[in-house]
Design a protein around this ligand. Structure first.
Ligand SMILES: [Ca+2]
Length: 105
């Protein structure tokens, strides 16, 4: 898939390979249910602008709790079935919140 120009947004898709329904956020979200996306995402893209807070940390549970994982600016996961949370569990259909952060480390 061709790269997108940065738009300052985190994009999530209901299906793999950036297809299906989508939702995007310019800021943090304590609960993806507000977008109809709780435990729905199968691919994500960090299309943020370069800056102090340009990485995204995802959480398996709402309110930034539970296992997490981090995606750097300009990166994407085309199929979350191939991605693992910090506790080793599968990341497909399970993201529930995220915030923008300084670095993935
Ligand atoms: Ca979840």
């Amino acid at each position: 898939m061709r790269p997108m120009d940065p738009d300052g947004l985190l994009w999530a898709y209901s299906d793999a390979n950036f297809s299906g329904r989508s939702c995007s956020w310019g800021g943090d979200s304590a609960g993806w249910s507000s977008c109809g996306f709780n435990d729905v995402a199968s691919s994500v893209r960090n299309n943020g602008y370069t800056g102090q807070y340009d990485a995204v940390r995802f959480f398996k549970d709402g309110n930034y709790s539970g296992p997490s994982m981090c995606l750097s600016r300009g990166d994407s996961w085309s199929n979350l079935a191939n991605q693992r949370w910090s506790d080793g569990s599968n990341a497909n259909d399970s993201i529930s919140s995220h915030f923008w952060t300084h670095l993935c480390s």
